[in-house]
Design a protein around this ligand. Structure first.
Ligand code: HEM
Length: 212
């Protein structure tokens, strides 16, 4: 018999079908950008920027999901928490496309890599190490393998490191265009929401302990 008290899913697509939909949308967006751009090199560069943005949106959802579920409980925020793993994997997929496009761009524009410094590549490389670690440990078998404590430590650290890289990547571009104030403001707001969620969770736990 269906559980009458269970929250109905807010998303029509769930689990791997949600992942597949999000991955297909990222691929479609990338192909469309490459098709509509008359210059391939410029098209690839635009697609690099676009995949950074799709990754950012997916990251924001995964980063704030549990805080929203605590601060504004609703079928949507609860579904977000339930689907967080697949949204996180879709973020990793979007960033995989970002990496493939960067490699391609490096082949098309031979001045790209020589024009970058080793120091300038540090945040992005650290980011990719965490994207890989988080993605590899987002499956039931690998989660069990590393254990709940190590999993929690890795995922909490990884999410904060990625949030810092997104903040930095957008902040450093503000002198190039005022537009970057928007994503920078969004990541600052997401940080505040996540911290408020943690605080509310801790308060709730404390009052439950007092009652018990
Ligand atoms: C070594 C690894 C990486 C390299 C070489 C790289 C390279 C690039 C390049 C070439 C662009 C386009 C720049 C432009 O046309 O203005 C870009 C944009 C961007 N990347 Fe990456 N990236 C790397 C890793 C990352 C990581 C790990 C993140 C985030 C966690 C990230 C976030 C961004 C953001 C936010 C943008 C700006 C997108 C926009 O214009 O809105 N990148 N990256």
């Amino acid at each position: 018999m269906p559980n009458a008290t269970a929250t109905p899913p807010a998303f029509r697509y769930q689990g791997w079908s949600l992942f597949s939909l999000l991955a297909a949308l990222v691929l479609l967006m990338t192909v469309m950008i490459l098709i509509i751009n008359p210059d391939l090199t410029e098209g690839v560069r635009s697609a690099i920027r676009a995949t950074a943005r799709s990754s950012f949106v997916l990251f924001l959802l995964a980063f704030t999901a549990s805080a929203f579920a605590v601060l504004v409980p609703s079928p949507l925020s609860k579904s977000l928490v339930r689907e967080r793993r697949f949204i996180g994997l879709a973020f990793a997929f979007s960033h995989l496309i970002h990496a493939v496009l960067i490699y391609w761009y490096g082949q098309l524009n031979t001045e790209f890599w020589p024009g970058r410094t080793a120091l300038g590549n540090v945040p992005g490389t650290v980011g990719y190490v965490f994207v890989l670690l988080l993605a590899l440990t987002s499956f039931k078998s690998t989660t069990r393998l590393i254990g709940a404590t190590a999993w929690k430590r890795l995922h909490t650290t990884g999410m904060w490191v990625l949030a810092a890289i997104f903040a930095y990547s957008n902040f450093k571009r503000i002198p190039m265009s005022d537009w970057y104030v928007l994503p920078f403001g969004l990541i600052c707001a997401a940080t505040a929401i996540r911290l408020m969620g943690k605080l509310a969770q801790a308060n709730k736990r404390q009052s439950l302990q007092r009652v018990a």
